[in-house]
Ligand binder design. Structure first.
Ligand SMILES: Nc1ncnc2c1ncn2[C@@H]1O[C@H](COP(=O)(O)OP(=O)(O)OP(=O)(O)O)[C@@H](O)[C@H]1O
Ligand SMILES: [Mg+2]
Length: 431
């Protein structure tokens, strides 16, 4: 196992297109890092450069302390699992898993091969399928065979390129948990490409967000959600997505399309001398005022001073645990262009001129209602309308979140190592 270091990595394809524009990324030994971003942002290109399937145009790639730019893929000792896990149809599951070991001709004895295959198959719950052919397996089982092949190699790192995107939603959920558990048990350095929100937020120790070949932010999932550096990251992370509203500054007040918010110290500092900003509010920052009792900021459930406002509800969607309500609003011409550009970058389906609010399940708000909503302005993010920079980002808080994440990860790895020391097949004993 090893660390992977990307130092100003650039990829320009032979047709002149620069798909990766100078990326720096330090992946620690044993760390699980997710590469995420919209289609075409360069995720696969970056992964293929790490594995060695694609030349690096400039910059330096190191595995451990060694520069590997010019090393052939097989000498880099990395195991890659693709979306289209090509299994050999004429070989049994056992032989498919054993394949990379047999490829290293004479390096392993029959007993060694058998021990490695059996350990992987136990870890992946494939024991009873070892004699079967891939064609007769489910999608999830095939994916596990592909992972088995990566595991037996005991490579320096695992690289995954959207390994679950061919599976249906339920199976994807199961395999996601499986991969997380496995990675923790093996503590193998892992780089995982996805454009799936949930995978990005749940699997990784850290998530690297890419946009058009450029790294936007690398942080823990909580760090990205809470303290995004810019509009792009804020809009990309979170589902349903963050609402973006034009905010006009007049005197002591920030005018939003549906509500006026008094400028407190935090907001005033963020706004500076701007007259117009883009305001971001997450759907879950809102409450149905009806369900929280009378009076503004009544401190219910420890909620601070809030702001109430009335809104016309267009559509509602009751999801069981939450009620989504859609509230149309008029946007401002001066920010329309920026928000349309953002929407295109995010692979959106057209400019969002409606706000989505996530309300308590028992809320009685229904479509067509004029409803009273509540939100806490301290949950607002404020962005520069030109650069898209997050003006309310709290560097101190962001650093705390990263410290927490590192600490948690360390504990998880220690637990896994302890268990591995006690038990040869640690992963099963865990759940
Ligand atoms: N061989 C090639 N020659 C020229 N351009 C390429 C080549 N391969 C990829 N590209 C371009 O490089 C950019 C990044 O492609 P890449 O496959 O890395 O994106 P991605 O982030 O993996 O997207 P997706 O989520 O759709 O898989 C795209 O604009 C793509 O068109
Ligand atoms: Mg790709």
């Amino acid at each position: 196992m090893a660390s992977i270091t990307l130092d100003n990595i650039v990829k320009t394809y032979p047709d002149g297109f620069t798909a990766v524009k100078g990326i720096d990324l330090d992946i620690a030994d044993g760390e699980f890092v997710i590469l995420v971003g919209p289609s075409g942002c360069g995720k696969s290109t970056l992964l293929r450069m790490i594995v060695g399937l694609e030349d690096i145009s400039s910059g330096e790639l190191r595995i451990g302390d060694e520069v590997v730019n010019d090393k052939a893929p097989r000498d880099r000792d990395l195991a890659m699992v693709f979306q289209n896990y090509a299994l050999y149809p004429h070989l049994t599951v056992y032989e498919n898993i054993a394949f990379p070991l047999r490829l290293a001709k004479g390096k392993f004895s029959e007993e060694e091969i058998d021990a490695k295959v059996r350990r992987a198959s136990t870890l992946l719950e494939l024991d009873e399928h070892l004699d079967r052919k891939p064609a007769n397996l489910s999608g999830g089982q095939r994916q596990r065979v592909a992972m088995g092949r990566a595991i037996v190699r005991e490579a320096q790192a695992f690289l995954f390129d959207e390994p679950l995107s061919n599976l249906d939603a339920k199976l994807r959920g199961q395999m996601r948990t499986e991969i997380a558990r496995l990675q923790r048990a093996l503590a193998t350095t892992t780089v995982y490409v996805t454009h799936d929100q949930t995978e990005a937020m749940t699997l990784g120790d850290r998530v690297a967000v890419l946009r058009r070949g450029e790294l936007q932010q690398v942080a823990s999932p909580r760090g990205l959600y809470d303290q995004p550096v810019n509009l792009f990251v804020a809009g990309f992370i979170g589902s349903p997505p963050m609402n973006f509203l034009p905010g006009e500054v007049r005197g002591d007040v920030l005018h939003l399309p549906l509500v006026d918010v008094p400028l407190d110290d935090r907001l005033r500092r963020a706004v500076g001398d701007r007259e117009l900003v883009i305001v971001g509010v997450r759907p879950d920052a809102f409450l149905d005022a009806e369900t929280m009792g009378p009076g503004p900021g009544d401190g219910r459930a420890g909620r601070g001073e809030g702001v109430r406002f009335e809104a016309d509800i267009d559509v509602t969607e009751w999801m069981g645990e939450v009620l989504y309500a859609y509230v149309p609003f008029e946007t401002h011409d001066a920010v329309r262009g920026k928000l349309e550009e953002l929407d295109r970058d995010l692979d959106g389906e057209g400019m969002r001129t409606q706000m989505i609010v996530a309300l308590e399940s028992m809320s009685r708000i229904r479509e067509g209602d004029r409803a009273e909503l509540w939100f806490d302005p301290s949950s607002m993010h404020v962005f520069d309308p030109e650069s898209g920079d997050n003006l309310t980002r709290d560097e101190e808080r962001a650093a705390e979140l990263e410290d927490d994440a590192r600490e948690q990860r360390k504990r998880a790895l220690e637990r896994a190592r302890k268990r591995a020391a006690q038990d040869e097949t640690p992963a099963r004993a865990e759940t």
